[in-house]
Design a protein around this ligand. Structure first.
Ligand code: ADP
Length: 509
């Protein structure tokens, strides 16, 4: 499809690629294994990285094989067992993470530009992600020193019960394209803080951000083999290796529910530690008691960040009868005013969808709703004049339960609105899904706030707030949205084993 893009013809793929390399020494064309920048062992095979805004090739990275991934696991294992890593104190590891944090901060503009070029994310949002992603490095640098154990009073004399937390060993981290940096630092920061070593498999759509951030980890002095990055556009066999390898003790995955389930199943034999952050189907409820201006602000932030491509994006808007017309009218005005374009433009708010598959999914869902008699009151069409992957910000009302927009995550700039009568109906409909990641509601009624916050079957609730992620807060879902929590003090739990040491026959007298 890319060949048909006018912009490619104008820009020329090589020109754009050289520009990327020119403006940032952080753009890598090799993967990172055992501290070395390496090619694929399969005849140095590569795959192209493209800018979704215009289809231009902006980089090439090694298309690595299962053998390469095995080398990365070996390197991580060796590093885990090496004196250079094992002998470090928690404070030493904390200091290394702090150095990494500082370098990321110093290079934040470059990283943001790389991120926008390969993901299409508007540049202001990319800058926001770099700050958010780096907050995890800082947070886990601090938490590294607080992986406390316990001494528990024993029921028997002359005995002490000591509980300590130890790193699990090598962790494999598989990350998506929608947060090309933050999903890596949220996992790797916690893993390194705990004393683990990692093999990162970034998304094939956004490997350049991953490599850039890894380069800064090397520059920060993180020992060789502690962070390895394997790039590939054939994830399945490498994912399988992670699941089967006895040397990989834990897997942390952020991505689709389908792949998460596969990894869960495949890692059962090895009884792996597994952390899954999968898709959501977030309800966004606006009650009659809501402050409508705030609700519209929250709706815009939650829905249109990263063109609707976040797993905590509001997916179904339930709006109560009494405020329905006002909310829809105000929201429509705001959506009409969104500035669409190549994310490199500093005032752009909506960029392209990430790839053709996403584009087909979003347009397919809207067509499905149209065929089921939903009302498309805004958008509902591709924006071909912008580029092949641009889709108009869309509002669909009267979405019936049979529509895909109602039951599945659209992952695009589409607002689906459903009217409701009372609180009971809203909560019931909100919970009528197998997913349970985030949920949002707007209400100024204190009693209602507590009632609804408790009843929503999700891992995270935004009350009168549309953006809730923070390094200090536990991120994760219930039901089929995943297991485990990332960020916060709980984010380290997936990377440590609890060991009980029974000290017996102590002579105290
Ligand atoms: P999305 O649909 O959002 O792209 P995916 O779950 O396909 O989500 O991708 C998230 C991450 O999982 C990416 O790094 C991708 O390469 C990887 N991935 C895809 N399929 C598999 C698989 N079978 N095993 C392991 N990782 C996979």
């Amino acid at each position: 499809m890319w060949r048909h893009l006018g912009v490619v013809a104008r820009t020329g793929s090589n020109v754009n690629f050289s520009r990327m390399r020119g403006f940032s020494a952080l753009v890598q064309d090799k993967a990172l294994v055992d501290g070395a920048w390496v090619d694929s062992s399969n005849s140095k095979a590569t795959f192209e990285v493209r800018n979704p805004a215009n289809g231009a090739v902006i980089g090439k990275v090694p298309n690595m094989t299962v053998e390469d991934a095995q080398k990365a696991i070996n390197a991580a294992k060796q590093a885990y067992e090496s004196k250079e890593w094992r002998s470090l104190t928690a404070k030493d590891r904390s200091n290394l993470l702090k150095k990494w944090h500082k370098l990321i901060e110093e290079h934040s503009q470059e990283i943001a530009e790389i991120m926008t070029a390969e993901s299409g994310k508007p540049i202001n949002e990319s800058k926001g992600e770099v700050a958010y992603g780096n907050a995890f490095v800082e947070w886990f640098a601090e938490e590294a020193r607080r992986v406390y154990g316990e001494i528990v009073p024993s029921a028997l004399p002359n005995r002490e019960i000591i509980v300590m937390k130890q790193p699990i060993g090598v962790a494999a981290l598989i990350t998506p394209w929608n947060f090309p940096m933050a999903m890596i630092t949220r996992k790797a920061g916690a893993a390194l803080a705990a004393g683990c070593t990692v093999v990162v498999k970034p998304s094939e759509d956004t490997p350049l951000t991953a490599l850039a951030v890894a380069k800064l980890a090397v520059d920060a002095g993180i020992p060789k083999g502690v962070i390895n990055v394997v790039t590939t556009n054939k994830a399945a066999p490498i994912g399988d290796l992670f699941c089967k390898s006895p040397d990989v003790r834990g897997i942390s995955f952020t991505g689709s529910t389908e792949v998460g389930k596969l990894l869960f199943r495949n890692s059962a034999d090895g009884i792996k530690r597994i952390c899954l952050e999968l898709g959501g189907n977030a309800p966004f409820i606006v009650f009659d008691s809501a402050n409508i201006e705030k609700a519209v602000d929250g709706a815009m932030a939650s829905k249109f960040r990263n063109c609707g491509q976040t797993c905590v994006s509001a997916n179904r808007f339930f709006v109560q009868d009494g405020v329905y017309d006002k909310f829809v009218e105000q929201l429509k005005k705001r959506v009409q005013a969104l500035k669409i374009g190549d994310g490199q433009g500093c005032d752009v708010q909506i960029g392209p969808l990430i790839n053709e598959m996403q584009f087909k999914k979003v347009s397919g869902f809207v067509e499905d709703a149209r065929s089921k008699k939903a009302n498309i009151i805004l958008g509902g069409k591709p924006l071909t004049d912008q580029g092949e992957l641009f889709y108009a910000p869309t509002i669909v009302t009267d979405v019936p339960p049979s529509a895909q927009l109602y039951s599945e995550e659209v992952f695009g700039p589409v607002v689906s609105i459903i009217r409701f009568r009372d609180e009971e109906e809203a909560v019931k409909k909100a919970n009528d899904t197998r997913r349970g990641l985030a949920g949002y509601f707007y209400s100024e009624n204190l009693q209602q706030v507590f009632r609804v916050a408790k009843r929503l079957e999700v891992g995270m609730v935004g009350v009168n707030e549309g953006i809730i992620s923070a390094a200090e807060a536990p991120f994760g879902g219930v039901k089929e949205s995943g297991v485990g929590r990332e960020g916060s003090k709980h984010g380290i739990d997936d990377y440590v084993d609890i060991k009980y040491i029974c000290m017996g026959n102590l002579k105290y007298d």
